[in-house]
Design a binder for this molecule. Structure first.
Ligand code: ADP
Ligand code: 3PG
Ligand code: MG
Length: 393
């Protein structure tokens, strides 16, 4: 892909610079930031802007509050952590595009920061509503895209704003494009793609272009369930998202036509109401009241065998509910094989990055992307709206 006009060429001194960041971080049940990687990864851009004398207005979403003000999704814990990391206070503008936000942005001094409250509290963000985008754009004079994790979304802050003010790619976005591009053109074979996670409806329709690129695609996590159900397995009370049959079918056909090997779970670790601990069952015999939460030992061995023979690995999505120690072994056993295999290994996704860190396997990856869905689409060579809108260098 062509290089984007970068932050280094942006005349930021004394200017109000709108920066889209992806501070959609994993949170503890009490709201505290559970993993600050996405904040830390934005620091090169934020430090550059501070040193260059910009007046920085940060914009992000957190979770999916669906257009309503919901205090559970407030960015307050995030600005708290950000202020500590930057060593300077970052105030939060509660009203996003209101008079108060306008006043606060007007008062900013060179080198200062302001963060707008969760953009998704406003229905105009996800709808890319022109009036909302214009009001956001009005708060700044320049735009910097550093939210790599959100460039697959055509929202007001990722597309509407850069259509209205001069736009530049931030340092994190530039780094992501540089690293992930290595997976687009002729990655060394065998290239193994390992997928899991729970954003099934989001991800399943965007997997087909892996077929033909990857030698093997191994799918665990809740993402495997629509495929297992399509094979006729009854998965009891496991997570179910209706309406994905067609997308699953299309993917299976593409893989067959391209000669791409697909691996799905053959056994699953389940939890059952009233049963302490976990049980393992073959996919053909999942009890009616059971929820599948991890891949079983036979599946782990099959996935790991493909990792052993690989030269390139792309991983997105935990293979089970790995936050829970009862359901971590699948992800742990498969990822731990990477340590003894040489090759280019990329992990992608907010939750995946956190799990890699918790399992102590980050050293096995040459690159850990801050994007989940965004990285998944980018490495398949798909066009992402938040990148397409940025001017080329
Ligand atoms: P990423 O953020 O890395 O892109 P996702 O957001 O798609 O990944 O998915 C991460 C979530 O998937 C984790 O919270 C994990 O608990 C959940 N998950 C994985 N496997 C299952 C499963 N079998 N059932 C329910 N949730 C699962
Ligand atoms: C992510 O975590 O993948 C990004 O922040 C995008 O979030 P979304 O899937 O809710 O748009
Ligand atoms: Mg996630």
């Amino acid at each position: 892909m062509a290089q984007k006009k970068g932050l280094a060429s942006a005349p930021v001194r004394g200017r109000r610079v709108l920066v889209r960041v992806d501070f959609n971080v994993p949170q503890e049940p009490n709201g505290q930031v559970a993993d600050d990687r996405r904040i830390v990864e934005a620091l090169p851009t934020l430090n550059h802007l501070r040193a260059a004398g910009a007046r920085t207005i940060l914009m992000s979403h957190l979770g999916r509050p669906e257009g309503h003000h919901d205090p559970r999704f407030s960015l307050r814990p995030v600005v708290h952590r950000l202020s500590a990391i930057l060593g300077q206070p970052v105030p939060l503008a509660d009203d996003i595009i209101g008079v108060h936000a306008l006043e606060q942005t007007a008062r900013l001094q060179n080198g200062q920061f302001l963060m707008l409250e969760n953009l998704r509290f406003h229905p105009g963000e996800e709808a890319n509503d022109p009036a909302f985008a214009a009001q956001l754009a009005h708060l700044g004079e320049l735009f910097v895209e550093d939210a790599f994790g959100t460039v697959h979304r055509a929202h007001a802050s990722t597309v509407g704003v850069p259509q209205r003010v001069p736009a530049f790619a931030g340092l994190l976005v530039e780094r992501e494009l540089r690293e992930l591009s290595k997976l687009i053109e002729d990655p060394p074979q065998p290239y193994v793609v390992l997928l899991g996670g729970a954003k099934v409806a989001d991800k399943l329709p965007f997997l087909a272009s892996f077929c033909g690129r990857a030698r093997t695609i191994a799918i665990g996590g809740a993402l495997a369930f629509p495929f297992l159900r399509a094979q006729g397995h009854d998965l009891g009370a496991s997570l179910a998202e209706p309406g994905l049959e067609k997308a699953a079918d299309e993917f299976l056909h593409r893989a067959e036509a391209a000669g791409t090997e697909l691996l799905f779970p053959v056994d699953l670790v389940v939890e059952r109401p009233g049963v302490v601990g976990a049980e393992t069952h073959p996919v053909s015999a999942i009890p009616r009241d059971a929820s599948a939460c991890d891949i079983g030992p036979e599946t782990r061995a099959r996935f790991a065998a493909r990792i052993d023979g690989s030269k390139t690995v792309f991983w997105n999505g935990p293979l089970g509910r790995a936050e829970d120690s009862r359901f971590r072994a699948g992800t742990r056993e498969v990822l731990s094989r990477l340590g003894s295999v040489a090759g280019y290994h990329v992990a992608a996704g907010g939750d995946s990055a956190r799990i890699a860190h918790d399992l102590g396997v980050t050293e096995s990856f040459q690159f850990i992307s801050t994007g989940g869905g965004a990285a998944l689409e980018f490495v398949q060579g798909l066009s992402l709206p938040g990148l397409a809108v940025l001017p080329d260098a």
